[in-house]
Design a protein. Structure first.
Length: 225
């Protein structure tokens, strides 16, 4: 594996995989906890370090706004690293939060992954979602009704585009929560999130995880022989 964090389930496997994509804070302890939670539920979880040596932060954000560039090569590479493992079934999903949610949306629309979990992905600047959904995989998505960064009309346009493309979709808006409601940051990051009006919501987070794991369980299970 290249730079990043890998969580491996107990047992011999093989296991389906999930590429976990960071928010703007990078490869944090919170993201590692996400990987560990996926592993506890039977998934090989790999969070690639998108800010790794040789790739500057500016380049990653350029990829975020243009929906193309080396960051997507790194995401594809992370998938390939999982499928090359003998303990992987070969079926791999992608999950992202905020910035990573946008990356998951785009990567999940290119026929590369078997399922995508898009969590309050930044949707700004997308005029036609169909342009990013050439071959969309099944999508489970979660957004906050009080999210100041992701307008609800854009969320509905995303849902409608997936439905028009015929992709299985479970998209839910939690009316009373803000951006980043899955993340439970502490310390300086936690203080920043609180001041910015982005707070962890245990109830919505638990419901979101329940939906994600059920959706992944359906769409990342090995194909019937």
């Amino acid at each position: 594996m290249h730079e990043g964090h890998l969580s491996v389930p107990q047992g011999k496997g093989p296991f389906p995989g999930v590429v976990v994509l960071q928010d703007a804070f990078g490869l944090t302890a919170e993201l590692r906890r996400v990987c560990d939670h996926l592993a506890e539920n039977g998934y090989l979880a790999h969070a690639p370090s998108l800010y790794r040596r040789g790739r500057c932060v500016q380049q990653v954000f350029r990829g975020l706004m243009r929906d193309e560039g080396p960051v997507y090569d790194r995401i594809r590479q992370a998938r390939d690293e999982l499928t090359a493992r003998p303990d992987c079934t070969g079926r791999v999903g992608v999950m992202g939060f905020c910035m990573g949610g946008r990356f998951a949306l785009v990567a999940g629309g290119r026929g590369v992954f078997d399922a995508a979990s898009v969590n309050y992905g930044v949707l700004r600047g997308i005029e036609e979602f169909e342009d990013l959904l050439d071959a969309p995989c099944p999508v489970v998505a979660s957004f906050g009704g009080k999210d100041k960064l992701v307008p609800l009309p854009d969320v509905e346009r995303y849902r409608e585009a997936l439905e028009r493309k015929g992709a299985p979709v479970d998209l839910k808006v939690y009316p009373e929560v803000s951006h980043s409601f899955f993340q439970n940051y502490t310390g300086v990051r936690g203080a920043y999130m609180k001041v910015s009006g982005m707070t962890h919501d245990p109830e919505a987070s638990a419901d979101g995880w329940s939906r994600i794991l059920a959706f992944f369980g359906e769409h990342l299970a090995p194909a019937a022989s």
